[in-house]
Ligand binder design. Structure first.
Ligand code: SF4
Length: 463
């Protein structure tokens, strides 16, 4: 039996919510899961903890939970394993929010014209901060579209010069904030959110961007509703919204790991607004830091509830916390991420708990290849995307933030006896990929013609 991880804060913080013996038993929770009954938070805790009646993870019970989840996966979506041809184009690492789990950001002061460190611009590598102008974003996305991507994902730091559009900029200028400094103060002007959306919407490529946290930044200092913000962004080219910034939707955890971020109620309101204006959304959980099984089950409950009300969540993405290089680790607040057992159980219980979300993603960027593949038999059915550029996980010290070709995808998925399927972001368009095709490349993007997508970029194009 594996002992629970000894992350310092799990004992250190006096959380109101923690796994504790309840009226529910592991056996009852498992029977409900197997029978397809809707689970409660108490059930979720029992399954995630393999029973609160004993210490540590019980290997036999864990196997039963994984088996139930794998069966549910097969009943719900069959044997297909999906992936998408996509590009990560994050606009800026400038951010003053100071989340303790994040090493993606750089203090915005570093980017000021008088600041201490040289800004490296759009060509920066993962070790250096960067800000891209709308023109730079457009060139990067346009090149990737020519190479065959279907989707561009863009999640950025909350740059103080970012505003929704010119009118928002004028309001922030006049009021002197909040969290605002004029673009002229910085070496590179990120433009407005609207300008970035318009820049990235090349040839109808799917633009997946503007998390609830970014939407909050895009209306700070005004009384605009999230619906107004998302409607404006949609008109500028936004197609769907990543449900990141969710972390754990329990405020006692958020107060420890991201005290400056919006609270869980605000996150839910922003997602509801995105859904209300017709945008699909995804949902995530980031676990394995100071959180416990009760927080994880409560998070799943909040996501299922949101989906009951909106029906807009296309996939659920469990993200295992990568602890190295993060303030949480450097300040001694955590000493590890989740264990492998916890990772497998998080995927499995996500599948069993979220009876209204069709797709659960295995994030190989977080888990690595071996465990990422294993997750496909623990309840997951989606295997992310090609990720032409991935800066966030690498900056946090993760080992796996790399490009993955279609050929590799097909080899890996067929090796575990499953069916490789190229998908659109919203899963509504799918194409079974023939493993015997030669060459093997994407076919769903606006310029995709089956030519293999390779990591090496073409020669820079003029703009
Ligand atoms: S997680 Fe996002 S909002 Fe928080 S510090 Fe990092 S970039 Fe900024």
């Amino acid at each position: 039996m594996e002992r629970r991880p000894t992350n310092v804060p799990r004992d250190r913080f006096d959380f109101a919510h923690a796994p504790a013996a309840s009226d529910q038993s592991f056996e009852n929770a498992l029977a409900k899961a197997r029978g397809g009954e809707r689970l409660t938070v108490a059930d979720g805790i029992e399954l995630l903890a393999t029973g609160t009646d004993r210490e540590g993870i019980d290997a036999e019970r864990k196997a039963l939970v994984l088996e139930a989840a794998d069966r549910r996966r097969a009943e719900t979506v069959g044997d297909e394993v999906t992936f998408v041809a996509n590009l990560n184009n994050n606009v800026t690492t400038a951010c003053n929010t100071g989340c303790l789990f994040c090493n993606f950001k750089d203090p915005a002061g570093d980017f000021e014209a008088e600041g201490p460190a040289p800004e490296t611009g759009a060509t920066a590598d993962a070790d250096h901060g960067f800000t891209k102008t709308p023109a730079e974003s457009r060139r990067i996305v346009r090149d990737a579209v020519e190479r065959g991507i279907y989707e561009v994902t863009s999640v950025s730091g909350l740059h103080p010069a970012f505003a929704l559009h010119d009118e928002h900029r004028e309001i922030l200028e006049a009021a002197g904030g909040p969290n605002y400094k004029p673009a002229e103060r910085y070496r590179t002007d990120p433009g407005t959110y609207v300008e970035q959306m318009e820049a990235m919407a090349v040839d109808g490529v799917h633009v997946h961007s503007m998390t609830p946290e970014e939407a909050y930044h895009a209306c700070r200092g005004t009384d605009w509703s999230y619906e107004e913000v998302y409607r404006t962004l949609r008109e500028a080219g936004l197609d769907s919204v990543p449900g990141t910034a969710a972390e754990i939707l329990v405020d006692e955890v958020r107060k420890v790991i991201c005290p400056e971020k919006i609270d869980s109620g605000e996150w839910v309101r922003a997602m509801e607004a995105a859904a209300a204006v017709g945008l699909d959304v995804t949902a995530t959980v980031m676990y394995g830091h100071v959180d416990n099984e009760a927080h994880r089950a409560m998070h799943l409950d909040a996501v299922r509830d949101l989906q009951d009300r909106t029906g807009a969540i296309t996939e659920f993405v469990p993200l295992s916390f990568v602890h190295r290089n993060t303030p949480l680790n450097e300040e001694g607040l955590v000493t590890s991420g989740a264990t492998r057992d916890e990772d497998e159980l998080m995927i499995a219980v996500s599948r069993l708990y979220l009876d209204n979300v069709e797709h659960v993603q295995s994030s190989w960027v977080k888990y690595g290849d071996e465990l990422g593949l294993k997750m496909l038999s623990c309840g997951a059915d989606d295997f992310m995307g090609t990720i032409l550029s991935e800066e966030i996980t690498k900056r946090a010290g993760g080992d796996y933030g790399e490009f993955r070709s279609f050929e590799e995808y097909v080899d890996m998925i067929t090796a575990v006896g499953r069916v490789p399927v190229e998908r659109s972001t919203d899963y509504r368009t799918r194409r079974v990929v023939d493993p015997d095709a030669d060459p093997i490349g994407p076919a769903l993007g606006p310029k995709a013609d089956g030519t293999p997508l390779t990591e090496a970029p073409p020669a820079p194009a003029d703009d």
